[in-house]
Design a protein around this ligand. Structure first.
Ligand code: ADP
Length: 237
C-alpha cells in the first residue's frame, strides 16, 4: 500500500505530517498543541480542583468537563463564534473517549476541565483534539492508565485510506471512521462512522485506523519524553 493516489501525495496508509508540543499555555496546569497537516488544535487542562456549580460534584470521582470550540477563523468562511450543537456533541464524544484513561476515582468531588480550541480545521478535528487533550492531561501530571491516540480512516474515490483531509471527506463515496484507542492497554474508547461500508471494508478501515493510532502513540510518547528529559517541547513526524 505505497503507491500514491491522494491529492497531497500521501500513501493510503500514511498520516499527514504531525507536530506535537506540550506546555504551550503557561497559565494552564497542562497543555498541548497538535497539528495534522492543516488541522491544528490547542488543548489546556485545569485541575483537579473544586467544582462550581457544586451540584455537579460526583461523590466517588472527578468530573471530566470537556469543551470543544472551533474558532471563527479556523474554516474558510468565517464561522459564527461560540458553541453550537456540533460542538456540544463533540464535547460529549471526546469526554467519553478520554474518561477511561484517567484515574478519576483518585479525585472525588473535583473537576478536571479540558478546553480544546480548533485553530485551523481540515477534517479530523475531533481526533486531533483527543490527541492534544490526552497529552495535556499527561502534561498536567494527572494519573492516567494510558495515553489516548486517535485518528480517522475511511474511503474516498474508491480507495481506503487513513487520516482524511476535508477534500477527501467530501468525496461522493466517502466513509469517515474516527477511532481512539489506548494502545498499551489495547482498548478502543471512540468508534464512530459516517457512510456505508461492507463488512470487509469496515475491517480494513478499522485496521488502517488502529495502525495510525499506534504511530500517533509513538509520537505522543516521544513528545512527553522530550519535554521532561531535555526540555525540548516540539516533536515532528
Ligand atoms: P471532524 O473535524 O472531527 O472530522 P466533522 O466531520 O463534523 O468533524 O467535520 C469535518 C470538517 O468539516 C471539519 O474538520 C472542518 O474542516 C469542516 N467543518 C465542520 N464544521 C464546519 C463549519 N461550521 N464551517 C465550515 N467548515 C466546517
Amino acid at each position: 500500500m505505497s503507491k500514491s493516489v491522494r491529492s497531497d501525495g500521501r500513501a493510503l496508509d500514511e498520516l499527514r505530517p504531525m507536530k506535537m508540543k506540550v506546555g504551550v499555555i503557561k497559565r494552564a496546569d497542562g497543555s498541548a498543541e497538535v497539528e495534522f497537516g492543516q488541522t491544528r488544535v490547542v488543548a489546556a487542562v485545569y485541575g483537579p480542583r473544586p467544582i462550581h456549580p457544586k451540584h455537579q460534584e460526583i461523590s466517588g470521582r472527578a468530573l471530566l468537563r470537556c469543551r470543544y470550540n472551533m474558532l471563527p477563523f479556523s474554516v474558510s468562511d468565517r464561522k459564527k463564534p461560540g458553541y453550537d450543537r456540533r460542538s456540544t456533541e463533540l464535547a460529549k464524544v471526546i469526554t467519553e473517549a478520554l474518561e477511561p484513561s484517567v484515574f478519576l476515582e483518585e479525585f472525588p468531588r473535583t473537576v478536571i476541565d479540558i478546553d480544546m480550541e480548533i485553530v485551523q480545521a481540515d477534517a479530523g478535528t475531533r481526533v486531533a483534539a483527543i490527541n492534544a487533550a490526552s497529552l495535556a492531561l499527561a502534561d498536567a501530571g494527572i494519573p492516567m492508565r494510558d495515553l489516548v491516540s486517535a485518528v480517522a480512516a475511511g474511503r474516498a474515490n474508491g480507495k481506503l485510506m487513513v487520516d482524511l483531509t476535508k477534500e477527501e471527506e467530501d468525496a461522493d463515496d466517502a466513509i469517515d471512521l474516527p477511532m481512539a484507542i489506548m494502545s498499551r492497554i489495547g482498548k478502543t474508547t471512540l468508534l464512530q462512522m459516517d457512510g456505508v461500508a461492507s463488512a470487509q471494508e469496515l475491517e480494513s478501515i478499522m485496521a488502517l485506523a488502529e495502525e495510525g493510532c499506534k504511530k500517533i502513540y509513538a509520537v505522543q510518547k516521544k513528545t512527553l519524553i522530550h519535554r521532561y528529559n531535555a526540555d525540548q517541547t516540539q516533536t515532528e513526524a
